[in-house]
Each structure stands twice: as C-alpha cells, then as structure tokens.
Design a protein around this ligand. Structure first.
Ligand code: G6P
Length: 605
C-alpha cells in the first residue's frame, strides 16, 4: 500500500528517495512519484509504471535536489493515473505526499473552491495540499498544524514549500510515519525499512504528531501543540535478505523459508510459560475467561485455526472476528477477555482500529502476535509474541501465516497448561512435535514436482472449490484465498459439511474440487463428501495423509502427505495449497509477487 519517503540533506537526495521507494515497493502500488524543491517551486516526476521507470526518468532528466518527497500510491480516490499520482502540488509552490483517506474531503473541497482553488486531480490529497497552502503565512510547520486540525480520517503526510528550501514537514494520524536521523541530514518515511542505509536512528510518531525536519534537526509537537521527544532508537536491523537467490519469485522463496522461519519462531524454552508473552502475562492469563482474536485476510484464517486449538486444548471460549466488522458492530464488552491482534505487519488499519476499539470499551488485556517488532500493534498491546518469519515480500502471505499458527498454538498450550488441561507429558509431546515441524515441512516441500503437474491442469480453469473439515476448514479457506489472489481464478472454500447446502449445485467437470484430507476423526465424513462430488462428475484433488487409504482413481487425484501430524496438521497441509496457487499463477503468467489491485500492508480502511 502507499509509501512515503522524504529527505532534507546537503547532498542530492534523489538516490535516497529512489532507494526508499524500492524498499517499499513490495507493499503493492499502482503509481509513484517524486518532487524536489527548486527556486521556482517543486519539480516533479511521476509514473504509472514501476519505481525502476521513475528512476529512469530522473536519470534522464538529471533530476536533483537537496530537499524532496517521494511516494508509491495505491489508488483509493481517483484512478491510477499520472494526474492522480503523488506528489500533489498546490499553486506551484507546495508539494505533498499522503497515505490514508480524508473522509471530509468533499466539504473541504467545496470550501476551498469558494476560495478559488482549482482541483486538477480526483484525489482527496489535493484537498490537503490546497488547505495547507491557504493557511500558509511564511511558516509551513504552523500551516500544517492548523490544516490537520480540520481533517477527519487517516493521514500520514510529507509536505515541502518552495519558500523554505531546507524544510520538510510531516504529520500523522491513523497512518504510520517515522522520523529518521542521519549525520547532518534527516528524513521521514512511512516505514523505517525505507530508510535502512540512510538513517542511523528512527523515532515513531504518535497519533496527532506533527514534525518539522531541517538540516539542523527535528522538532515534534503532539496533537495539543506541545513539544515532545519521541525516543529515537537505533535503526532496526533488516538483516533477513530481501535478495531473491535461486528462486523465481519472492513467494516461492518464502514458501521454502517456512522450515527455518518456524524454527526461528519456536522459543528456545523447555516449557510453555506465560513469560513467553510478557513479564506480567502470568497474572493476566490466569484471570481471563475468554479470548477474542482480531485480524484481517490471511491472519484472520490463522485466528480461525487457533479457535479450534484454544477451545480444544485450553478449553477457553474463543471468538474470532474480522477486524473491519468488529470495529463497527455493537458487541458486548468483556474486560476478562484476552484480546489478541494477529497481524504480519502490525500496521493493518482495520486491525489496529479494532484493537483500539476493544481497548476503548474497557478490554485492557491485549496481546499482539506480530512479525514486526517496531509496529504500531506491538507498541499498543500489553503482551506480544513476535513471529520470526523475516521480511515477507510477496503480497500473498505464506511464511507469516505458518509462523502465526505456531505462535497461536503456543498460546493455546500455555493457556491449557495454566488451566489444568495439559499434563506435563502432553506438554513434552507438543514441544517435541513443534521442534520436529521444520523437518516435516521439508518433506512436504519435496512434493513440489507433483503439485506442478496438477497446476498445469488448474491453469486452464476459471473456478475452483476447496473443502476442509474441522481444523482444516480454515486451511481450505486459506488455500482458496491464495489461489484467487495470485492466479485470479475464482476460488471458494467451504466446510465440507456445507457442500450439500449450496455449492454442490456448482459442481461439474469444469470445477476442480480441492480437498484437505488429514487422517483425523472427520476423515470418513470427508470421504462421503468426496463421493458426493464424484457422483456429480466433479474432479477431486486430494491432499491426503499417507495412512488415509484414499487412492487415485478415475476423477480422484491424490497427493500423499508424508505423515499425519495431529493437532499441528494444518501447518503442514497449508503448504501444498500455497504451492498449488503459486505454480498455477506461474502457469498463467501473472505478477505473482505483486498481484493486481492488492497491497501487502493495508494501511487504509
Ligand atoms: C493484506 C495482505 C494479506 C494479509 C492482510 C492482513 O490483505 O495482502 O496478505 O493477510 O493484509 O495483513 P496483516 O499485516 O495484518 O497480517
């Protein structure tokens, strides 16, 4: 999703801005642009192609400057055109980049039109540009502070004005913004990652903060206008390589990184103790009577899987809610609930807002299961469990998902033990199974050639159905999501028991049905569902545990999973579904790592 980079330096900052945009590219965007200050006003380049194309433009035009802002845009208001790409300029003197959505932009636009401002884009951002311009009286910092008071919605902005050639002003509410500190040069960005290699320290702005970046330093005020210090910390180490190595796409690389990501996520402890989630988690975990999981997308499916574990292992009532639903619906608050935000990025706008909504309703026991230690969600919650998946570049989440499952399983066993439902022997067994997971996953990854053979058949289909039962129902949902988001094949998942209540009407030989068939208590029921499909001429593709005795026959294609993995089986069974989606997308020639219209980190509603 949208990304911001800005810099004030003695040197030419164009390479810094291009590098920053490159680092943010993986989040997904559909246009990009940059402005540097010149004596005549902001000088701009924009592109509806990739950052590489923007780079070519700046090289060809000998585009240089010491103060500038840059942006990757994921269209919300107005199509992905050059005209709507940021930076947006007002009156030839001020340029702005913006992440987020301004909800009262129509009212503001009418007021600004009455002041004779002419609107040339369809963006909500142009309203902010003209508003700041209308309030500018020689002090950009003051004008931005006045302007943001009139905004409703979410924003992170970077603004420059030609009359202040060494000043950059930033502001945030609802969308993240960091300040970067270098040696005689300072920066802003929507994510510290963009400034790795440029800034030595970073600080994270809080809701309502406005900052002024100059060569001499950084000034920050909070929403009341009071001067504040936002604790600069060393730039996080982005050590996990973002190099592609021998893989064709980041998604493939990330699928194959799952054994090591999982090994890194499993704590080096001999017992499941609440201390894994925070020093004071013991007291709180003992007091809670239920769990509420809030998440979006793939993280929501991790939450759905966890519900099965939490209710069966820990015998604790668990609700899982799509964050964008929870934040707006009337629910019954329960202060004894543990609220668990599950998020790869820790910045997803809906999950963040749902978490704050729960807190505002008196639900103060909060835990983040997150892959980014410095994210807003981790900073907002009492307790945290960090997944160590490393940077995930592919928009379609893979290793972040399986490491979230590991984290949530550890939560279930920890609560189960505290509540007297997990014996010492079971605890040892669960630990053993967790530690063996990387090896078991390697055996699943070795199935890739068989899955490639299936993907050639899927590549010619336009629809697919995924079935699963129990713990594997959320895995079927995740498999369908993976296939639709990267191959653009319409895919739906159903709990297998629901087949006869609707989707069976769709089954023909043109509709492949993918079935996740672990050897668990529901296997016989699942076999019956498969027969229902076969009897209607449907073709079934089954990922079956070795000991299920499901064999290939006419219309039934079987890939055998190396071993049955009990409660942890979803972590193994999702992997062939990831590979199936990946290879089907490759066969269809889609942009696997950057699927159309999607973004990695969704920082707007
Ligand atoms: C986007 C991504 C998904 C991700 C979801 C939630 O839709 O494309 O891969 O699952 O956001 O993101 P989060 O960072 O909160 O896990």
């Amino acid at each position: 999703m949208c990304g911001i980079v800005g810099a004030v330096a003695h040197r030419n900052i164009v390479p810094v801005l291009i590098e920053g945009l490159r680092r943010l590219e993986y989040r997904g965007y559909d246009s990009c642009g940059m402005a540097v200050l010149t004596a005549d006003g902001p000088h701009r380049v924009r592109s509806v192609a990739r950052v590489a194309e923007l780079d070519e433009q700046v090289s060809n035009a000998r585009f240089e400057g010491v103060t500038g802002i840059a942006h990757t845009r994921w269209a919300t208001h107005g199509a992905a055109t050059i005209n709507n790409a940021h930076p947006i300029v007002s009156s030839g003197s001020l340029a702005i980049v913006h992440n987020g959505i301004i909800e009262n932009y129509e009212i503001l636009r009418e007021a600004l039109r009455r002041q004779h401002y002419e609107f040339v884009s369809q963006t909500d951002t142009e309203v902010i540009a003209h508003l700041i311009h209308s309030l500018y009286e020689g002090d950009l910092f003051a004008a931005v502070r006045k302007a943001v008071r009139q905004l409703t919605g979410a924003y992170a902005v970077g603004v420059v004005h030609k009359d202040q050639p060494h000043t950059l002003v930033g502001a945030r509410a609802g969308s993240p913004l960091v300040v970067g500190y270098g040696d005689g040069e300072n920066f802003i960005a929507s994510d510290a990652l963009a400034l790795a290699g440029s800034a030595e320290h970073v600080s994270y702005l809080e809701e309502g903060d406005v900052c002024e970046i100059t060569l001499a330093g950084v000034r920050i005020v909070d929403f009341r206008g009071e001067k504040v210090v936002r604790n600069p910390r060393r730039m996080p180490a982005y050590s996990t390589g973002v190099e592609l190595g021998p893989y064709r796409h980041y998604m493939q690389k990330e699928i194959f990184e799952q054994p090591s990501a999982i090994a890194d996520t499993i704590p080096d402890a001999e017992t499941f103790s609440p201390g894994l989630f925070g020093k004071t988690a013991g007291g709180v975990f003992r007091d809670i009577d239920s769990v509420l999981i809030l998440a979006c997308g793939t993280s929501y499916y991790a939450g759905l899987t966890a519900k099965y574990w939490l209710e069966s292992v820990a015998k604790i009532r668990t609700d899982v809610e799509i964050a964008s639903e929870y934040r707006y619906r009337e629910s019954v608050p329960n202060p004894r609930m543990l609220v668990v935000a599950v998020s790869q990025s820790g910045e997803t706008a809906d999950t963040l807002a749902a978490l704050k909504h729960a807190q505002s309703r008196g639900m103060e026991h909060t835990l983040a299961v997150c892959n980014v230690a410095t994210s807003a969600m981790v900073r907002l919650t009492d307790f945290k469990f960090l997944t160590h998946a490393g940077t995930e570049i592919g928009v379609a989440s893979t290793k972040a998902f399986t490491t979230q499952l590991v984290a949530l399983f550890i939560l279930a066993v920890t609560l189960g033990k505290m509540r007297g439902h997990v014996s010492d022997a079971q605890e040892t067994e669960y630990l053993h199974q967790l530690r063996h997971l990387p090896a078991a996953l390697n055996a699943v990854l070795a199935l890739e050639p068989q899955i490639i053979a299936w993907s050639d058949q899927f590549a010619h289909k336009e629809n697919a159905l995924f079935l699963g039962r129990g713990l594997h129902y959320p895995i079927a949902l995740e498999g369908a999501l993976k296939l639709k988001e990267i191959s653009y094949i319409h895919a739906e998942a159903y709990s297998a028991g629901e087949l006869k209540h609707g989707p069976l009407a769709l089954v023909t030989d043109a509709m492949p049905v993918v079935t996740v068939a672990p050897n668990d208590a529901l296997l016989d029921k699942l076999k019956s569902n498969m027969q229902e499909v076969r009897a209607r001429g449907g073709h079934i593709y089954v990922f079956a545990d070795d000991d299920t005795h499901i064999t290939s026959e006419d219309g039934i294609h079987v890939i055998r999973m190396p071993e049955h993995y009990g409660l942890l089986s979803p972590i193994l069974h999702v992997v062939p579904l990831q590979l199936l989606a990946y290879h089907t997308a490759c066969a269809r020639g889609t942009d696997v790592d950057k699927p159309r219209n999607l973004a990695k980190s969704v920082t707007v509603e």
